[in-house]
Design a protein around this ligand. Sequence first.
Ligand code: 0GY
Length: 280
Amino acid sequence: MPRFRPPPGAVDAHCHVFGPQARFPFSDKAKYLPEDATPEMLFALRNRLGFSRSVIVQASCHGADNRALVDAIAQSNGTARGVAVVDPDIAETQLLSLDAAGVRGVRFNFLKRLVDDAPKDKFLDIAKRIAPLGWHVVVYFEADLLQELIPFLEAIPTIIVVDHMGRPDVSAGPRGPDMIAFHNLLETHPNIWTKVSCAERLSRQGPPFDDFVAAVRPLVEAFEDRILWGTDWPHPNMQDAIPDDGALVDLLPRLAISELAQRKMLIDNPMRLYWPEEVR
Ligand code: 0GY
């Protein structure tokens, strides 16, 4: 259990569901085959950790088949929304039905170990089609791709959320080259947001993740209206070192010091993206 209690209404803005495989089989292009991670498990953990809402992000192992995601949102009683992966030729009616199901964004994954290809031209076609729905784009890439991706990011007409800050080397500190490049990206592109999540993957030191906190806190302070956070439960591809979710939650008051900054990161910012109809 975490020592930190998130404020009432807090949103876990990055988590996944897998399967159950018997109902929702994995893609035949999946690069890993995780254990089932069901909506019941997700919502039970969320309640234990003190979060109120979840943003479920389509993971690569389900490809562009969003049925498990849609099923989980349907079981959430309005407390979950989703980010889908879609093909460029998806029918308009399917997009509208994903919207009705609670999807508010699409994800473009550039990690070579997770996907066979990441066609920028097709991604841009998708971005143009989802923009009128008020959706946004979530992009997952690693730090060595950032410079090359900037023209692509600049062609996207919506808000963009970068997963896990584009996986910087946090061990170099807040003035390390990756953190500086990412800071500059946010400074020069007001439509780019990020999730300051995945300490468990990005920290070289491990718990209590001091290197992560030192590198990331200045980013939170500089861009507090564009920062999200998520558990990344059930931590795909980390079978050998599954992190303690409570220890991750205990990072929150170290990343966002004031109650106001915590409220923005955990409530105001995710609500603007995922439940805008509830934001006054
Ligand atoms: C994450 C991380 C990973 C996996 C995926 O789509 C995915 O399969 O996102 C990863 O292996 O880094 O963000 O959950």
